[in-house]
Design a protein around this ligand. Structure first.
Ligand code: UDP
Length: 238
């Protein structure tokens, strides 16, 4: 596999993926597999920070219609991302990879508070930094968090893991006429309103000139393949 195309990246993993074949919760074999992929990517010489979603446990918007305020619901969602990072951190360490969980919300008994300096220290020491708690603010998503953190820590790209191999005009699992893009500009991604990431995330990526690489996590080794420039993906840049 030659040289990696980026030296430092933020990998965005959806919470939904953590549920594996179930529709809810944490599927250990799935987490172990993704831990293996992250370690392979790290061993390829790339500094890896990971932002994990919480959709396998909780999404604020889902409860806000049932009497819980949106900010409270979103706080519950952010706590779900912490649980996912704790599970992933255990899996990484069990496989011999140092990893540290940082939360945007202060919870000293649980994990460290996210600071840019502490995350960079972990990366420089060869650890994987798990960035939990989203941005720490309601009304945002973990996609936006991934772009924000990538800009903060000077990452070369956000690797957005999905269940399809790139950006399509529609969901290819439902619409056989959906067209796939090899590349797109941020403005095209925003204008097309493709469902792969929210508009805030794309707008921030455009503002910070940050490439977003959209790829499928379904095949083992896909993170390393994308980093080697060989993986099938849509590149959103420019
Ligand atoms: N969330 C939030 N602020 C953030 C990031 C996340 O309030 O900065 C909450 C929000 O309720 C969201 C939930 O955490 O629905 C889980 O994140 P997300 O939906 O992005 O997870 P994914 O879809 O990637 O599993």
């Amino acid at each position: 596999m030659g040289e990696p195309i980026y030296r430092r990246v933020v990998v965005k993993l959806s919470g939904e993926y953590f549920a594996g074949p179930q529709s809810y919760g944490i599927d250990q074999p799935t987490i172990d597999r993704v831990a293996g992929d992250l370690i392979a990517a790290r061993n390829f010489g790339v500094e890896i920070a990971v932002v994990v979603g919480g959709g396998n446990i909780f999404r604020g918007v889902e409860v806000s219609s049932r009497g819980v305020s949106r900010p409270t619901g979103d706080t519950m969602g952010m706590l779900a991302t912490v649980m996912n990072c704790l599970a992933l951190g255990e899996a990484l360490r069990r496989h011999g990879q140092p990893a540290r969980t940082f939360s945007a919300l202060l919870m000293p008994e649980v994990c460290d508070l996210y600071t840019r300096a502490a995350a960079l220290e972990t990366l420089a020491a060869g650890g994987i930094a798990l960035l939990a708690g989203g941005t720490g603010n309601p009304f945002f998503t973990t996609d936006t968090t991934a772009v924000l953190r990538a800009a903060e820590i000077d990452a070369g790209a956000v690797l957005k893991a999905t269940n399809v191999d790139g950006v399509y005009t529609a969901d290819p699992k439902r619409d056989p006429t959906a067209k796939r893009f090899d590349k797109l500009t941020h403005s095209e991604a925003l204008a097309g309103n493709y469902k792969v990431m929210d508009a805030t995330a794309f707008a921030l990526a455009r503002e910070t000139s940050l490439p977003i690489i959209v790829f499928s996590i379904a095949e083992a080794g896909s993170i390393g393949a994308v980093l080697g420039g060989a993986g099938r993906a849509t590149v959103v840049a420019g």
